[in-house]
Write a protein that binds this ligand. Structure first.
Ligand SMILES: [Mg+2]
Length: 215
């Protein structure tokens, strides 16, 4: 028996390694539109929130233009730069075999998620439900996207967890009443997700926890 009947995952920095892809997409947008460069930690400070909100943090008045440039570069380079985290597809397969249902809850736009899924079918084939930015009016750190995924699966918060790399994931999961699982291999350092119920530094340890191995 898996530890949870429903396991919801954030996408970027949790299931797929888009650190280089997103960093360089943001850099391209900022350089092209604002004619400047920003340190990596500033570029990546809000990854996990909707793209438009991330661009607003760079320039409130030119956020639409920044988002357009970001999206164009991102889409053109997704297949080249996206990677699955080693072992993650195997973990999803084991969870599915054990009877858990698997959801992706992301602030990404659906067409951008689809590019990621097209590039990584070994990940996409295990996903039972996807909640993307178009699906809710409010976004992480609010709980609505997590609650919508549970609703679509007919799942109860008490039998679910949300796995993510960002403080926005921890906040959304906690507000939705699910167990919050932080991972440190994505965009944020451990101290940013210290509020999670449990934190893992590697995929095998996460997999053993979700599968209830050793409990
Ligand atoms: Mg993330």
């Amino acid at each position: 028996m898996p530890r949870f009947g429903t396991v919801l995952f954030d996408l970027d920095g949790t299931v797929v390694d888009t650190v280089a892809l997103i960093r360089e997409s943001h850099r391209h947008a900022v350089q092209t539109v604002l004619g400047t460069d920003l340190p990596d930690e500033v570029l990546l400070a809000n990854v996990g929130r909707p793209l438009i909100e991330q661009m607003q943090a760079f320039d409130m008045d030119r956020a639409e233009e920044l988002a357009r440039e970001q999206r164009a570069w991102n889409h053109a380079h997704t297949a080249e730069l996206i990677r699955p985290y080693p072992g993650i597809a195997h973990t999803l397969a084991r969870l599915g075999d054990a009877g858990a249902r698997i959801g992706i809850v992301t602030s990404k736009a659906r067409p951008t998620v689809q590019l990621a899924f097209d590039a990584l079918p070994e990940v996409a084939c295990h996903v039972d439900v996807l909640v993307a930015v178009e699906d809710t009016h409010v976004h992480k750190p609010r709980p609505e996207p997590v609650l919508l995924a549970l609703d679509r699966l007919g799942a109860a918060p008490a039998d679910a967890c949300y796995v993510g790399d960002a403080p926005f994931d921890v906040a959304a999961g906690a507000a939705a009443g699910v167990v919050t699982v932080g991972v440190t291999w994505g965009f944020f350092p451990r101290q940013a997700i210290a509020g999670a119920d449990v934190v893992f530094d590697d995929v095998p340890s996460l997999g053993d926890y979700l599968l209830g191995v050793g409990t």
